[in-house]
Design a protein around this ligand. Structure first.
Ligand code: MN3
Length: 202
């Protein structure tokens, strides 16, 4: 069973003016498609062909670098598209807001920590809001296309929000100004989707 690229859950221009249409098209239609295609090539004819993406990710140290990079790329981007959206932004509410206040003190502090995690990740990678094994929220980051579900991750947990800090996520509009992208993206984070991920993960 080959993996497939899902369509974006909104139009490519839906996140304008914060994230531009061309970036979304290239990011989804070319970069994400390439992760899916290269993952399928990497697992063809191996035992991993019959596994779910999550099972591959959780035991990723057993597999090749191509499976780690492209399996991570497929998983991470599938999450990323769903935690963004038009008519989003603002701040979380309900149980998630309570958990954020309990762990970080305030939403502003969480935002600061996520932006710092993304800004200080050298090279390419991701900033994450995760639910740890203790059920608590934490902010972490990973290099390349690794993620906190992987057995190789330094800090493990279930990601409920991921922010892509690869240059391909922002370079057309923001050039080298990663912190500007990390400010703008908060206008399109779909906190309802993050809250659903939180409810499922905790
Ligand atoms: Mn990307």
């Amino acid at each position: 069973m080959a993996f497939e690229l899902e369509a974006l859950p909104y139009a490519a221009d839906a996140l304008e003016p914060h994230i531009d249409k061309t970036t979304m098209e290239i990011h989804h239609d070319r970069h994400h498609q390439a992760y899916v295609d290269n993952l399928n090539k990497a697992i063809a004819g191996t035992d991993a062909e019959n596994l779910s993406l999550l099972d591959i990710i959780k035991n990723v140290s057993k597999y090749s670098a191509a499976v780690r990079n492209n399996g991570g790329g497929h998983y991470n981007h599938s999450l990323f598209w769903k935690v963004l959206g038009p008519n989003a932004g603002g701040a979380p509410t309900g149980e998630l807001a309570d958990a954020i206040n309990a762990t970080f003190g305030s939403f502003d502090e969480l935002k600061k920590q996520l932006q710092a995690a993304g800004a200080t990740r050298f090279g390419s990678g991701w900033a994450w809001l995760i639910v740890g094994a203790d059920g608590k929220l934490a902010v972490t980051s990973t290099p390349n296309q690794d993620n906190p579900l992987m057995d190789v991750a330094e800090v493990k947990g279930t990601p409920i929000l991921g922010i892509d800090v690869w240059e391909h996520a922002y370079y057309l509009k923001f050039q080298n100004k990663r912190p500007a992208y990390l400010e703008e993206i908060f206008n399109v984070i779909n906190w309802d989707a993050v809250a659903q991920n939180y409810a499922a993960a905790k």
